[in-house]
Write a protein that binds this ligand. Sequence first.
Ligand SMILES: Cc1ncc(COP(=O)(O)O)c(C=O)c1O
Length: 471
Amino acid sequence: MAKPWATFGVDLHLEPAGPQLRRGLTDALREAVRTGRLAPGTRLPSSRALAADLGIARNTVADAYADLVAEGWLTARQGSGTRVAERMVVSPAARAPRPRERADPTYDLRPGFPDLASFPRTEWLRAARRALTTAPYDAFGYGDPRGRVELRIALAGYLARARGVRADPERIVVCAGFSHGLKLLGAVLRARGIRTVAVESYGLDEHWKLLGAAGLRTAPLPFDRLGTDPGVLTDPGPGEPADAGAVLLTPAHQFPLGVPLHRDRRAVVVDWARRTGGLVLEDDYDGEFRYDRQPVGALQGLDPDRVVYLGTASKSLAPGLRLAWMVLPPQLAEEVAAAKGGVDTCGVTDQLTLAEFITSGAYDRHVRSARLHYRRRRDALVAALAARAPEVRATGIAAGLHAVLRLPPGSERPVVQAAAWQGLAVHGLTAYRHPDAITEPPMDALVVGYGTPPDHAWSGALDALCATLPG
Ligand SMILES: Cc1ncc(COP(=O)(O)O)c(C=O)c1O
């Protein structure tokens, strides 16, 4: 099993169990020190933290550390933990590639991930055991293309309560991630004769590509100090989307800029959809993580016949689950289910487990504790910037798992490059700008995913970030 070890960018190829596991871990760590990927003096995570990260026994990690201390690769001292030995001389041939060539960053602050090390393994296992024990035998056949009914019922209740979604299990279709849902919707929209989907000026290239692959043109909406401006749907200027049949938005927390869709503009977009028969695709990717106020309710609640709500477990639990859901107008629910191929394409055990996880209250508990965890990280980020890079302003920090750090004009590229040289992976805002965005001048900024590093790498990542920021 290959385990990416995000802290040090070390790929560990471990056998599932037994003595091979300890040897595999020891070899991988030794190789990382030998080749310089773990620099002299680097502090290793505690055996407890690394064991939790890798999902293996603590003793296995402790034994591997002890072997490497005995061989002289590591040192262990009371109070300063386990470190890579300072005197280790890395042979030039084995030296790590120069930082600019690095494939694996030492620290990763790219947005898009929750803290994978805090996946609630024990509670998930408990839910899986219960779900499997109580599942009817027909659950193991070819399923309803909309997904397991237990999950659709659980989601309908949860989304109504937590996100203000008007949900009926009949209108829910489970899919393998938001991107799968968007792909299905793209095919259905194109089959309905739609040619253009309006999108936000800043967003994810992969999503625009998915729509493009379905034969749809994406046309960006302007972005101003109030956020995305859907007014041009009704009153388009030159180069603006005049013929859009649908619009893709992140209303609760614009990705990546972080502002909610202004309340007047929420009404504008729903009015447009009602008048023209258009559809609003609401990407609610991190709606649960709002820190300072009540969460912004879903736009779908304003008109469930014109707004398609899309939610995902990728931020609230883990992207590897590949579980997401759409709440659709009735006719569209049938078309999307048909586009899924007539059978369920999402695994039944994960669906039943998520249903049990939600109905038992474990999902709410997990979201509550994750919110607290990320809020602390956000506060630490803001405090570190105030102390060490006071010129840099963080925006979009009221919610979500990422912040936008505004930089002086012209400095985005050099900062991203300097970060890469230091082994810190971070994205510039330019990567999220739609190629046809025409209305506002490009902004220089970093998009910093503060959910990504596991706990033991967080303060190192923050130090590395502050060290690369201007003054
Ligand atoms: C804007 C946005 N939408 C949706 C998603 C979720 O995508 P998926 O459910 O395919 O993992 C992400 C994840 O990074 C995202 O950033």
